[in-house]
Design a protein around this ligand. Sequence first.
Ligand code: FES
Length: 226
Amino acid sequence: MKVYIAQVSALLLDERRRLAARLESEELISPAPGQYFLADDGAAICAQTIFCVRQEEASLLALPPLPVAWQPGSSLRLLGPLGNGVTLPRPLRRLALAVFEESPTNLLSLARQANQQGAEVALFAEPPLPALPAWLEASPLAALPEALTWADFLALDLPSSSLPHLRQHLGLPSHAACPCPAQALVRLPMPCGAVAECGACAVSMRRGWRLACKDGPVFDLNDLEW
Ligand code: FES
């Protein structure tokens, strides 16, 4: 973890017409999918938690929601990358990505990594979707149960409020474990980013509680209480 100086080079609308930002830095910043940053624009009282993904042309895309004060030219201090990201297993033959109530952009770099390793990739998400590479097929979340016997790894991106209903989406009986290895990016507010240990990001696990900002926000699915 370190502090990077970055600049907002452009504001963009994502496929859900929410504001995203392209960030440029003199240093190469490569967060793993699911890692986050504390962004200080010098104007807000405290730093904001943001997710960023590396773009192919080496800039960063800061994902919504963003601070409303950001403008092209805004200068930022980015502390991070923080937390745990998704780790793909090796070897990997078939990767399933499932995204609930969000844009799949945060997980798409996993699809590219897997594709470069020669793995097949399937995305399960609801429209609107961002532009996808030709080799990546998207299906609705209703088709996700079929993927559990096909995939040898499942990466999920979901709000913590979806965890109690996740077995229904996966077509699993209550208390059943996920049949394939799976990691979940659990989205919930992380207001202090582990700086003040506020506890707002507590996640219920099979063995007690963990802080998403420090121990996550990516967890092994079968370690979570769900
Ligand atoms: S966000 Fe404050 S402890 Fe996690």
